[in-house]
Design a protein around this ligand. Structure first.
Ligand code: NDP
Length: 253
């Protein structure tokens, strides 16, 4: 049985590209446009393009875009306070913003990159969740979808920091799920394998050749594969929790 997500309010971080943007599209499609979306990221011009695209497709849709750097806890707090009343009752939180920087041995990783990965992937996700969970508890409803990674399960050389951040996402998600077990709030983790997005170009700091190498002769996932799962998990009957999904292209088996 499918639960209806029409009229719900969704907050997505990292909605300016890749999985976050595709999730916005997929949830809007699922609700046939009868949905309110809060799209956040640092590149606000990309969010405005997404808003335009969605508003031209659906008459009923309401899209609120906001510049948000999740690596800065105070910005998260200020942002949450500034959400317009009409969008305040968040039903679905998609903690998607994240990044890997470099692929270097531990001894040579730039400390600024370490800080950025920890602050974005872990601290940002935790801080925003802390801000939103009390609102969900008040209404005794909500879905929190955290985007982890198979990197949080299968570490690889040169990925010590990124893998650690995604392992933290996995255990934060599991702990929060237990903490909220007596509520109607579902806490879900989706752990993708390789998805062709801007992820690799960000990882290699704009080096297109290195980014392309990641997918050479391979058939990676597309962002829609992950977005489809998020829609699926959020449209189950409210007592049915899909706790974790690991989704990877077959070559990563
Ligand atoms: P993209 O690079 O396409 O998207 C990443 C998104 O995160 C962008 O919208 C970016 O927006 C946002 N972001 C990055 N840093 C910040 C920040 N400090 N504050 C706010 N937003 C930020 O990659 P994906 O779509 O692939 O990545 C989405 C998630 O999926 C990430 O958490 C990633 O770790 C995870 N993942 C990706 C995999 C892959 O192979 N692609 C595999 C496993 C997990 P902006 O730059 O505008 O701020």
């Amino acid at each position: 049985m499918r639960a209806n997500i029409a009229k719900q309010t969704v907050l997505i971080t990292g909605a300016s590209s890749g999985i976050g943007l595709e999730t916005a599209r997929a949830l809007a499609d699922e609700a046939n446009g009868d949905i309110k979306l809060i799209l956040t990221a640092r590149r606000v011009e990309k969010l405005d393009e997404a808003k335009k695209e969605l508003e031209s497709k659906y008459e009923a849709i309401k899209v609120y875009t906001a510049s948000l750097d999740v690596s800065k806890p105070q910005l998260i707090k200020d942002f949450v306070k500034s959400i317009p009343e009409e969008f305040a009752d968040i039903d679905i939180l998609v903690n998607n913003a994240g990044l890997a920087l470099g692929r270097d041995p531990v001894g040579t990783i730039d400390i600024a990159d370490v800080q950025a990965m920890l602050d974005t992937n872990v601290l940002g996700l935790i801080t925003l969740t802390q801000e939103i969970v009390p609102r969900m508890i008040k209404r005794n409803k909500g879905d929190i979808v955290n985007v982890g990674s198979i990197a949080g399960r299968n570490p690889y050389p040169g990925g010590a920091i990124y893998c650690s951040t995604k392992a933290a996402v996995k255990f934060f998600t599991r702990s929060l799920r237990k903490e909220l077990a007596d509520t109607r709030i579902r806490v879900i983790e989706v752990a993708p394998g390789a998805v062709k997005t801007e992820f690799s170009i960000v990882r290699y700091k704009g080096d297109q050749e290195k980014a392309d190498e990641v997918y050479k002769d391979k058939d990676p996932l597309i962002a829609q594969d992950i977005a489809d799962f998020i829609v699926y998990a959020c449209t189950r009957r409210k007592t049915a929790v899909i706790a974790e999904a690991v989704i990877f292209p077959s070559y990563q088996a």
